[in-house]
Design a protein around this ligand. Structure first.
Ligand code: FES
Length: 110
């Protein structure tokens, strides 16, 4: 049986979604959100090269440290709340982020 975690996503219209994501498929949060048919742009497909998968992390989960690429991308994208912002494609789906709460960023709009 696959292991599932829950991710709470607030979309741009303020609607809350609760999605289940498998931890054994090597997914990242951006892919898990797409798989649940929440529309997001994610133009570069997860390469940390576009920032159209940016989000604001609202919970205190231990996330992997930001790479230089991710930091530069968020910086260039003029994301307002740079401290709480991450690229969803750079956050692996794992047990550590069960219950994660995120708000989609404006750049994600399709
Ligand atoms: S999908 Fe492009 S940076 Fe995440």
């Amino acid at each position: 049986m696959e292991d599932l975690i829950t991710i709470h996503v607030t979309d741009l219209s303020g609607e809350e979604h609760q999605i289940a994501a498998p931890t054994d498929m090597n997914l990242n949060v951006m892919e898990a959100i797409r798989a649940n048919e929440i529309p997001i742009k994610a133009t570069c497909g997860g390469m940390a090269m576009c920032a159209t998968c940016n989000c604001l992390v609202k919970s205190n989960h231990p996330l992997p440290e930001m790479s230089e690429d991710e930091e530069a991308m968020l910086d260039e994208a003029f994301v307002l709340d740079i401290d709480g912002s991450r690229l969803m494609c750079q956050i692996p789906v794992s047990d550590k982020i069960d219950g994660l709460q995120i708000q989609l960023g404006e750049l994600t709009a399709e």
